[in-house]
Design a protein around this ligand. Sequence first.
Ligand code: NAD
Length: 250
Amino acid sequence: MTTDARTLVADARRVTVLTGAGISTASGIPDFRGPNGLWTANPGAARMFDIDAYLADRDLRVQAWRNRHEHPAWTAQPNAAHHAIADLERQGRLRGLITQNIDELHQAAGSGTHAPLMEVHGSIKRAMCLSCGRRVPMVDVLARVGAGEEDPRCEVCHGILKSDTISFGQALDRATLLAAAEAAAECEVFLAVGSSLRVNPVAGLVPLAHESGAAVVIVNAEPTPYDALAAAVLRDPIEAVLPTLVGSEG
Ligand code: NAD
């Protein structure tokens, strides 16, 4: 690791962290665009995350419910990087944690108690009716899938159900996005971890933080579109570098 990156983080009183799928690969949840990513191996799988295709295609929904039933998030445990970010929060230096992940591993590590945790893309642990907007625990719907319902419907209005996560074509929650933008604009260091930074509007938080005066530190194995504006870029495995970077070890 460059000393600069560690010094930048160590000297900062307000750090905002943005995480993506890469922080959870060491916990056994594949990312989308990394070398072993779901979409790298099977580009057609991206259609599963298109809201129009999901609404129109029953076969796709049946497959999506099978995937949710077998999703590694149900058994995954937080790794050293999730714990390091929770430690930064306990140190009182976390301005906010913005995650694109839907696996709730940050909560499992203890994040979100003393500083805001913004799940900008939702959570797989909730299901939502796309007609009436009712939200229910995902475990309840998966119990119905396990009992043989291939395409479970809303028990109130019979609408189509989906995980309460953002698919392509769906708008992000405005209040959550606004809170994320504030956290990006009000930090001394903006730490982007395990994201290809290709999906807007969340990727746009990186230049927002930079323009607001934050030093941007990127931890990602592969290049991102924002490496050039970063004060430091680290390519090391996230689970190895985060504990040292945020000072919870070493
Ligand atoms: P992405 O798949 O586009 O990019 C992940 C990046 O992390 C890649 O560039 C990869 O090289 C890097 N990476 C993976 N493992 C790493 C490691 N151990 N050390 C260093 N770098 C590593 O992910 P994204 O930018 O978050 O966008 C994908 C979208 O899909 C997100 O919006 C998210 O909601 C969703 N998603 C979530 C999960 C999850 O909740 N765990 C998993 C897959 C996808």
